[in-house]
Ligand binder design. Structure first.
Ligand code: GTP
Ligand code: MN
Ligand code: MN
Ligand code: MN
Ligand code: MN
Ligand code: MN
Length: 193
């Protein structure tokens, strides 16, 4: 786990850049193949570098608040300036992959129709579509045969500590049980060998 710091302390550090990313999620009533409940929509993105990550980006706190900067990045990357408040903040840490970078993570629950609007806007109005962002993806939270679903999803490559952010957010929001999360991580580990 990357070294944590409070949001307030992070903002007092000189010589650091700041990045803010967010997990947008919500409940979903659809069923895969008409029988496997999707249960929740969780949005991530395929980045320009081929890695999976959350929407968001670099914010300069001397020009805008972390949350306003995150909304601006969301406007660029998903086509909607989703309002973000300090209440949506969940953790800040020293980036394990980038020196002198502090990464702030947020979570926001939305309705199924709001999330579908975002998925549409991400293709139609987002200025970064096809450039910095290759597409939004939903995280499969179910288990199919032979590692299908969440274990295969976790076996892909993720930017920085976004995979750990995803796993802790799924636990925090109780989208999966502790046992299900452990099973997914174990099966994903076996695939990588
Ligand atoms: P530009 O507009 O090109 O500056 O990109 P950006 O502002 O959208 O920045 P980006 O989203 O790439 O994030 C900046 C840095 O934060 C990256 O170089 C990564 O080190 C890190 N990063 C990117 N995505 C994530 C994420 O989902 N989680 C975490 N923890 N870090 C991330
Ligand atoms: Mn089909
Ligand atoms: Mn960006
Ligand atoms: Mn940016
Ligand atoms: Mn970005
Ligand atoms: Mn950009």
């Amino acid at each position: 786990m990357a070294e944590q710091i409070t949001r307030e302390d992070a903002l007092t550090r000189e010589g650091y850049r700041h990045a803010c990313h967010i997990m947008l999620y919500g409940d979903c009533s659809a069923k895969l193949f008409g029988k496997i409940p999707i249960k929740h929509i969780v949005l991530m993105q395929m980045r320009f570098d081929g890695l999976l990550g959350f929407p968001g980006g670099l914010v300069n706190p001397s020009e805008e608040t972390l949350e306003a900067g995150l909304s601006r990045e969301l406007h660029e990357e998903v086509g909607v300036a989703v309002p973000v408040s300090v209440d949506n903040h969940v953790s800040s840490c020293f980036s394990p992959s980038c020196p002198r970078l502090l990464t702030h993570f947020y979570i926001k629950k939305m309705t199924e129709s709001e999330l579908k609007e975002i998925e549409k806007a991400a293709v139609v109005t987002a200025t970064d579509h096809g450039l910095e962002v290759l597409g939004m993806v939903r995280v499969p939270l179910y288990f199919l045969k032979n590692g299908g679903g969440l274990p295969y999803f976790l076996s892909h490559s993720f930017i920085s500590n976004s995979r750990a952010q995803l796993l802790s957010a799924l636990q925090r929001c109780r989208l999966l049980s502790q046992g299900e999360l452990e099973k997914a991580v174990r099966q994903a580990e076996q695939m990588r060998r």
